[in-house]
Write a protein that binds this ligand. Structure first.
Ligand code: IMP
Ligand code: MG
Length: 182
């Protein structure tokens, strides 16, 4: 309800299931080329990264270890520094390991820029960032992204791990979500 009127959620396909599958296999090939003979440690940022990570991990044909973290930003602080709170930490050390953070989307970049510093301080052999989606127009904090699935316009999207109020994470395509009056 909004202003006494019912709002209907509308979905419009932005990236089809077929295009997603194609791009996941291309990124997997890039990763295989860059990490020949090495064990790879994916860190999934919950919950949004989980669907993309599951697809990507199965497309990489060498040892991939899966790790999970849950972080949240400290609300709408006006500080530009961007703070994150670790809600669930890794259960193993990443020291001397080849780590790739796997994210659903990089928007303002605040979360990832801080998370990258936190993880670098733990001494991994290498640390890269892989994101399914990138919304460059929204960037506030600088983040170097090593692997990007798709650059997208500044629209609110759902599917493939991305949610609206915890809904739509299991859509097998990426859709633009909009609201219309009934
Ligand atoms: P940021 O880069 O620190 O702003 O954080 C990005 C996070 O905001 C993502 O991991 C998502 O959880 C969420 N987010 C940003 N844009 C969207 C969107 O279009 N749909 C759903 N979630 C989004
Ligand atoms: Mg996320």
């Amino acid at each position: 309800m909004y202003g006494g009127r019912m709002m209907i959620e509308k979905l419009q396909t932005l990236i089809s299931k077929e295009k997603l599958a194609q791009r996941v296999s291309e990124i997997a090939s890039e990763i295989e080329r860059d990490y020949q003979g090495k064990d790879i440690h994916f860190i999934c940022v919950l919950k949004g990264g989980v669907v993309f990570m599951a697809d990507l991990a199965r497309a990489v044909h060498q040892n991939v270890y899966l790790h999970f973290m849950d972080v949240s930003s400290y609300g709408d602080s006006t500080e530009s520094s961007g703070n994150i709170k670790i809600l669930m930490d890794l259960d193993e050390s990443i020291k001397d390991k080849h780590v790739i953070i796997v994210e659903d989307i990089i928007d303002s970049g605040r979360t990832l820029s801080v998370l990258k510093k936190v993880l670098l301080s733990r001494g991994p052999a290498s640390l890269r960032i892989c994101t399914l989606l990138d919304k460059p127009d929204r960037r506030v904090a600088q983040v170097d992204i090593d692997y990007t699935g798709f650059k997208i316009p500044d629209e609110f999207v759902v599917g493939c791990g991305l949610d609206y109020a915890q809904k739509y994470r299991n859509l097998d395509y990426i859709g633009i979500l909009s609201f219309e009056e009934e």
